[in-house]
Design a binder for this molecule. Structure first.
Ligand code: ZN
Length: 324
């Protein structure tokens, strides 16, 4: 019998990543197409279907070589109906029937999931989650996202909103406004945007001097990467920002771990590229705030899959849900 593949899709606002993946989780082929969000996003699933057909042809495979298609999409998902509740960046109206649209366009059984949850499943299956059944994944990017896996399943919650780690309140009073409408969310501190904001606050506080201040003076702005680079070089303002970010992140992660006691908490997203300087600082506070048996069993790790986590997680969903 010819080898069967899974199709994994990671839908973003500007590009869509697609991959053919074996049942063992090996990527056979991966590619990207632009996301066409004009005309209320009507072409998005059609373009994905066309692209998949073209690639199957190149591989000399027919449609029935694919067991199904899984997709991670940027928005909350209703799991019963396969509807994405809101995804303004994609042009879709609220409550777009994504699963049905994907099934019609591709003639394949489809499963959809929130993109952060997909990345979590990908890391669980083939990355830093190390195939553990209990994993928490935190994406530190422009925003902060998360996925909680318990007993091998994503914790979805009654309204599909479980795992919104970025919107844990880190500063109860007087925090900065968050895109969600609250103030003081973890995302306002531990995202790339949050880190830059904290650094700019520190740099305008005093007669600021040092490497980070010089970078800002030279370029007119700084990035989260600048903050980590300067902290590594011993800059005191950058180290103060790193300490503040790590404190709030370590505190929140310890609370999550005290609730769920996962085997691994995996840090991913662009900010996690800071690497060990961030991991070690967060780990110090995490260990301080974690309950003793949690501290002994839950480990913090950096994500290892990078951009492939989403397509792998989407493929895992197909494998898991359609149980070939
Ligand atoms: Zn928020």
């Amino acid at each position: 019998m010819a080898e069967k593949w899974l199709a994994g899709v990671d839908l973003g606002g500007t590009t869509t990543k697609i991959a053919f993946i074996t049942l063992e989780g090996d990527i056979v082929d991966k590619w990207e197409i632009p996301t066409d969000n004009s005309n209320e996003g009507q072409l998005i699933t059609i373009n994905i279907a066309k692209s998949i057909d073209e690639k199957l042809l190149i591989h000399g495979k027919s449609k029935d070589s694919l067991i199904g298609i899984g997709m991670g999409a940027p928005g909350p998902v209703n799991y019963e109906t396969g509807v994405i509740l809101n995804a303004v960046n994609l042009g879709w109206k609220d409550h777009f029937p994504l699963q049905a649209s994907l099934e019609v366009a591709t003639s394949l059984p489809a499963v959809i999931e929130n993109d952060a949850n997909c990345a979590a499943l990908g890391e669980m299956w083939k990355g830093a989650g190390n195939n553990a059944q209990d994993v928490v994944f935190v994406t530190l990017g422009t925003g902060v996202g998360g996925g909680v896996i318990a007993n091998g399943n994503i914790v979805q919650g009654v309204n599909g909103a479980a795992g919104e780690i970025g919107h844990i309140t880190a500063i109860p009073f007087g925090g900065s406004p968050c895109n969600c409408g609250k103030t003081g969310c973890l995302e306002t501190i531990a995202s790339a945007t949050g880190i830059v904001r904290l650094a700019n606050d520190e740099l305008s506080k005093e007669e600021a001097a040092g490497e980070l201040a010089e970078k800002r003076a030279a370029n007119g702005k700084i990035s989260a990467k600048d903050v980590f680079d300067s902290a590594r070089n011993g800059d005191s303002i950058a180290q103060k920002v790193l300490d503040s970010v790590s404190f709030h992140l370590g505190f929140a992660l310890a609370a999550i771990a005290n609730t769920t006691n996962p085997e691994n908490i995996v840090l991913g997203g662009g900010v996690s590229k800071a690497g060990h300087i961030l991991l070690e600082a967060v780990n110090e506070y995490f260990r301080k705030f974690a309950f003793s048996s949690v501290r002994e069993s839950t480990k913090l790790a950096l994500a290892t899959l990078g951009n492939d986590a989403g397509v792998l997680g989407a493929a895992w969903l197909v494998k898991n849900k359609m149980n070939p």
